[in-house]
Design a binder for this molecule. Structure first.
Ligand code: NCD
Length: 321
């Protein structure tokens, strides 16, 4: 990028101004280059000044109908580091949702107060529905087992920062590929690159056929495995996921698969010296804590990259980048 992106002016003709971020399917490779360039600028600004007033006067409604630590607090931190403020709605139990208010009514209320709405909801398509009703930007922070686009963007940014290049890599996704929304979004985004994808899961938690079909259509080489050991030596990025207990109808089924894969120092020994381990977190048992001190464990660094990416996205949809 030849021109510096910061300091920002008000760019109402900016490509993302006023846009919703509902699915990763909206992004082209050019968009990703742009998001990552702005994220880099954000990282630099935070290192230099910590907080700055790019979004001063702007208000974010942070609406979470499902539990969250990272997504919710990183959006809050992102908004506050840009000088904006946040209406937190974490306990929908205490909001009018518990009185039976519909999602369209809730978002039409919040957009009267806020400039942008971040929404996490247990139903697939909830953000798309909210976006139909709201005239302010809706950012999908997870719609049930559907998508988690901002997580996938930060995952990709993490890979680019840690390994330099995305093209040419072999990415192994392991765990709950059926209900894990982060891997749904990440697989879709990765299909824009020339990568190879290994899908490692128990039979009952395989990647949904529609996403496999999208990989197929994009010509992304991919293969499904139940055995992790086989693919470890060739893996550049090991993307570990939690078995999504809350999506299971049947508690016994969960018990059967919950500890299907555990990354241990022995796994790391079989891996490349330049491999990275990622996890959207929270982790339950999937990565032994002994792995945390391995320099290849990137999951704590991954969270920090997330704040820069979310700063970039907020600035973009509010026309400041
Ligand atoms: C993920 C989510 O909510 O989908 N967490 C996150 O946003 N970092 C992953 C998970 O809950 O397992």
């Amino acid at each position: 990028m030849s021109e510096p992106i910061l300091p920002f002016g008000d760019k109402r003709d900016a490509p993302f101004y006023g846009k919703d971020i509902v699915s990763v399917r909206q992004f082209t490779r050019g968009d990703l280059d742009y998001v990552f360039a702005v994220s880099k600028e954000m990282q630099g600004m935070v290192a230099r000044v910590g907080t700055f007033d790019l979004l001063k006067g702007k208000v974010l409604a942070n609406v979470f109908y499902e539990p969250s630590t990272r997504t919710s607090s990183s959006f809050t931190a992102a908004m506050e580091r840009l000088g904006g403020s946040v209406i937190p709605i974490n306990e929908v139990r205490y909001s009018s949702v518990s009185k039976g208010e519909s999602l369209p009514d809730t978002v039409r209320t919040l957009e009267r107060y806020a400039d942008v709405i971040v929404l996490r909801h247990p139903e697939v398509g909830a953000s798309a529905l909210a976006a139909q009703y709201a005239s302010k930007p809706i950012i999908n922070a997870g719609d049930g087992p559907g998508e988690h686009p901002t997580q996938a963007l930060l995952d990709l940014f993490t890979i680019a920062e840690e390994l330099g290049e995305i093209d040419g890599l072999t990415i192994t996704m392991v765990g709950d590929l059926k209900y894990g929304r982060t891997v749904h979004s990440l697989a879709r985004l990765l299909s824009l690159f020339s990568v190879r994808i290994n899908l490692v899961s128990p039979k009952i938690l395989e990647m949904p056929p529609e996403i496999v079909a999208e990989l197929e259509k994009a010509g992304t080489p991919h293969a499904a495995f139940t055995d992790l050991e086989k693919v470890i030596p060739d893996t550049d990025v090991l993307y570990v996921t939690r078995v999504q207990k809350e999506r299971f109808q049947n508690a016994e089924e969960y018990e059967e698969v919950k500890d299907a894969y555990v990354i241990t120092p022995a796994t790391m020994q079989a891996a490349k010296s330049r491999m990275i381990v990622m996890h959207p977190l929270p982790r339950v048992n999937e990565i032994a804590i002994e792995v945390d001190d391995d320099p290849r464990a990137a999951y704590f660094r991954q969270m920090e990259y997330g704040m820069y990416v979310r700063m970039a996205l907020l600035a973009m949809v509010l026309g400041k980048a």
